[in-house]
Design a protein around this ligand. Structure first.
Ligand code: 5GP
Ligand code: ZN
Length: 115
């Protein structure tokens, strides 16, 4: 846990959120500023600043997250229509919270390329 990290506080329960799904590795909850009809954040319980900080010891956790994303999308009712997973990384990637996270976006058609 990183003391100043808002997502660590959410993962630990110090800041309450509506939990969409959680297990030993991850927590999923609605984005506070949704940009699509369905917009959920998935965060690892472990603090990593971004995917650029992940190492071999994180491989099992990362695989678990990847396999959980479509299950969470199914729980949200957007798996059949389709959805987008976004992992903003670093300054040019548009990352604003420095705790690794995935956006699950759905409920409308996602344009490409993104802005
Ligand atoms: P990023 O821009 O780093 O990829 O995404 C960070 C996301 O976290 C943004 O979409 C932002 O709306 C969301 N966010 C920031 N602070 C909070 C918070 O306190 N609670 C929730 N639920 N979402 C947050
Ligand atoms: Zn953190």
């Amino acid at each position: 846990m990183s003391e100043d990290c808002i997502f660590c506080k959410i993962a630990s329960g110090a800041i309450p959120v509506k939990i969409i799904y959680e297990d030993e590795h991850l927590v999923a909850f609605p984005d506070i500023n949704p940009v699509a009809p369905v917009h959920v954040l998935v965060i690892p319980r472990k603090h990593l600043g971004s995917i650029a900080e992940a190492g071999p010891a994180d491989a099992a956790m990362l695989g678990h997250v990847m396999l959980s994303l479509p299950k969470i999308a199914a729980q949200l009712g957007i798996a059949d229509a389709g959805f987008r997973v976004v992992m903003n990384t670093g300054k040019d990637g548009g990352q604003s919270v420095q705790h690794l996270h995935w956006h699950i976006l759905g409920g409308r058609f996602m344009e490409w390329p993104p802005g």
